[in-house]
Every structure is written in structure tokens, then in C-alpha cells.
Design a protein around this ligand. Structure first.
Ligand code: COA
Length: 328
């Protein structure tokens, strides 16, 4: 059975930067509070006329270029997002059309911030089973359109952007994805969610509009606790399944939600700071896009070399969580 290996990465971000100091002008908050509680200094915000597909397409083109793969070679496109261009059709279909992936099956995947790791898990299985040879996995979000910019508890956290990876069957050596582990705990479905614009509270409903249900709602403290536990569980499952320890890891790329969550998870796993990739000070929490953007930055900065052991670790609404361990 061939291993699935990431052979190209790409990312795309809006140009507009919104700093903590910018937020001080419209909200009862300050740079010091946001920095110490979250580690975030700024985030990117999509301009009018830019959508989730805008960034997904750009990130995908960059990943294809790095991999040296023509879009027509793709068998599968999986796009993790909670902010699709439309409820339907899938944003993945728009990406398929824009990049010319004429042979690919394309669908969106709703696993919130774990969307990219979930997508990678699917691509890995298709490739290992021989049902696909080349897949495109994307995490893309425009969260700025679903956050309440008057709610200081949530709006300071999120940003927009996309990341993508080309996953292909590796016939050269044994490198590639060693394992993926995905988990859910649906008993917390309403701890971090967007109550409106689905079938329960349709977009045009009076209640949806009056109670502003079209915005993200979150119990931050509850999410925080479970995020640390869930990420520890997912990462530990990956290490245990492969008979490895934290000492074997070359680079840990956790979901970029909060610096304190990342630090607490790394500490539990026994990972030193130099092995942990962090870029959330620049982008905030971009949900499904956070891990592939970080992976692409680390890859392009030569933080990952052939043979390195890379561990991805995600947690998000649902709750969903998961890990992917790979030999680069
Ligand atoms: N600026 C200033 N003060 C703020 C603030 C802001 N942006 N947001 C909240 N506060 C206030 C609160 O109102 C509260 O005031 P009070 O004590 O007078 O009621 C105080 O700061 C402390 O709030 P608390 O919620 O206890 O802070 P915290 O240390 O738990 O940090 C989060 C809040 C949201 C940063 C933190 O809980 C968190 O990051 N949770 C995880 C969220 C997340 O990552 N979600 C996505 C996961 S995929």
C-alpha cells in the first residue's frame, strides 16, 4: 500500500491587516489584554469582493505549483470550512472549476478548526486504498463575515485566509503520512457555534435577526479547557500508534487558536518551544485554515526537511479534534 505524502503546500491571505490597536478604537479592549490572553497581535480581513473561494483558489494554485502537478491530475478535492461561499453548492466545486481540476470529485467538510486534519485523513485513506493518486486538501475561511464585531469576547480571536496541500501516493520511499486520528465530542455542539442561517434558525427568521444568531457564539473558558485536553489526546494517540515519543518530533504544528492553549498542550506533551510552530500573532485563529497556513509557512521557511517527523494537531467546534503524523 503506498503512503500518502504532502508534495506541495500553499497559502493565501487577505492584504488588509487589522491590529489590536485598530480594535481599541471600536471596542472596549486593549492590545495588552488581547496579547496576554491570546498571543494575537493582528489578523487579516477579506476585502469586499473576496470570498472563501478567493483564498482557497489562490492557496491551491500555489500548492499545485510547488508540487509541479497539473490541476487536471487531481482525483479529489476536500475543502474544510465553516464559512463556505454559499450553503450549497460546495465551495470545493467552485475551486474545482476555477483551477480546472476537471477529473476531481469535490466536496466541503464541516469540522470547524479541525477541517484540514479531517480532510487530510480522508485524502490519506483514498490514496492508501488506491482510489486516488493525487488529492488537494484545503482549509479556507472568511470568519470576519460571521463574527460579531461588537462582541469583544469573540471578534478579537478570528481572522481570514486559506492554506492547501497536494497529497500524492509515494512510490519512491516509505515517507509520508504515518497515521491520522480524528475524534468528536458532540455533547459540546453548542459551546462554539453559529446558531443562525441553518435549518433550525433560518437566515430570514425574525428570531435569527433579533437575537443576532448569524454570529459565532462561544463559551471561551469551556473551549479552552477542552482544547488542551483534546489536542493532548489526539497528539498522544498519534505518538502511541507509531511507537514514538515527543523527543522524536521535529516540528509540532498545532491549531493556532490561542498561545496559552498551544503552550499548555506543548507542555503536556513534553515538547520544547523550538519544536513548536507559532504564527497566530500574525493571523489570529483562521479555523480550518490555521494548520495549512502554518504548514506552508514552515515549509517555505525550510523549517521542515526531508525525513523530519511533523505532527499536526487540531481542535475545533463540534467538538472535533485530531492529529496527523508524517515523515516529510
Ligand atoms: N478585552 C478586554 N477584556 C475582555 C475581552 C477583551 N477582548 N474579552 C473579555 N474580556 C473580559 C471579560 O468580560 C471578563 O471581564 P469580567 O471579569 O469583568 O467579567 C474578563 O475579561 C476575563 O474574561 P475571561 O473570559 O475569563 O478571560 P479568559 O482569560 O478566559 O480569556 C478567551 C478569554 C476567549 C481569550 C479564552 O477563554 C480563550 O481563548 N478561549 C478559547 C477560545 C478559542 O480558542 N476558541 C476557538 C477554539 S478552536
Amino acid at each position: 500500500m503506498p503512503r500518502a505524502r504532502i508534495i506541495g503546500t500553499g497559502s493565501a491571505l487577505p492584504e488588509r491587516i487589522l491590529t489590536n490597536h485598530d480594535l481599541e478604537r471600536t471596542l472596549d479592549t486593549n492590545d495588552e489584554w488581547i496579547t496576554t490572553r491570546t498571543g494575537i497581535k493582528q489578523r487579516r480581513i477579506a476585502a469586499e469582493g473576496q470570498f472563501t473561494s478567493t483564498f482557497a483558489v489562490e492557496a491551491s494554485r500555489r500548492a499545485l505549483a510547488m508540487a509541479g502537478v497539473d490541476a487536471a491530475e487531481l482525483d479529489l478535492i476536500v475543502l474544510g470550512t465553516v464559512t463556505p461561499d454559499f450553503p450549497f453548492p460546495a465551495t470545493a466545486c467552485i475551486v474545482q472549476h476555477e483551477i480546472g481540476a476537471v477529473r476531481a470529485a469535490a466536496f466541503d467538510l464541516s469540522a470547524a478548526c479541525s477541517g484540514f486534519v479531517y480532510g487530510l485523513s480522508i485524502a490519506d485513506k483514498y490514496i492508501r486504498m488506491g482510489m486516488a493518486r493525487k488529492a488537494l486538501v484545503i482549509g479556507a475561511e472568511v470568519l470576519s463575515r460571521v463574527v460579531d464585531w461588537t462582541d469583544r469576547n469573540t471578534c478579537i480571536l478570528f481572522g481570514d485566509g486559506a492554506g492547501a496541500a497536494i497529497v500524492a501516493a509515494n512510490t519512491d520511499d516509505d515517507n509520508g503520512i504515518l497515521s491520522t486520528h480524528i475524534f468528536s465530542n458532540g455533547s459540546f455542539w453548542n459551546t462554539l457555534y453559529q446558531p443562525g442561517c441553518g435549518s433550525r434558525n433560518p437566515a430570514g427568521n425574525d428570531r435569527t435577526i433579533e437575537d443576532r444568531l448569524f454570529f459565532i457564539k462561544m463559551d471561551g473558558n469551556d473551549v479552552f479547557k477542552h482544547a488542551v485536553r483534546g489536542m493532548d489526546e489526539a497528539a498522544s494517540a498519534a505518538l502511541a500508534a507509531n511507537g514514538m515519543s515527543a523527543a522524536d518530533i521535529s516540528l509540532f504544528i498545532p491549531h493556532q487558536a490561542n498561545r496559552r492553549i498551544i503552550d499548555a498542550t506543548s507542555k503536556r506533551l513534553g515538547l520544547s518551544e523550538d519544536k513548536v510552530f507559532v504564527n497566530l500573532h500574525n493571523y489570529g485563529n483562521t479555523s480550518a485554515a490555521s494548520i495549512p497556513i502554518a504548514l506552508d509557512e514552515a515549509n517555505r521557511a525550510n523549517r521542515i526537511k526531508k525525513g523530519d517527523l511533523v505532527l499536526l494537531d487540531a481542535f475545533g467546534g463540534g467538538f472535533t479534534y485530531g492529529s496527523a503524523l508524517m515523515r516529510w
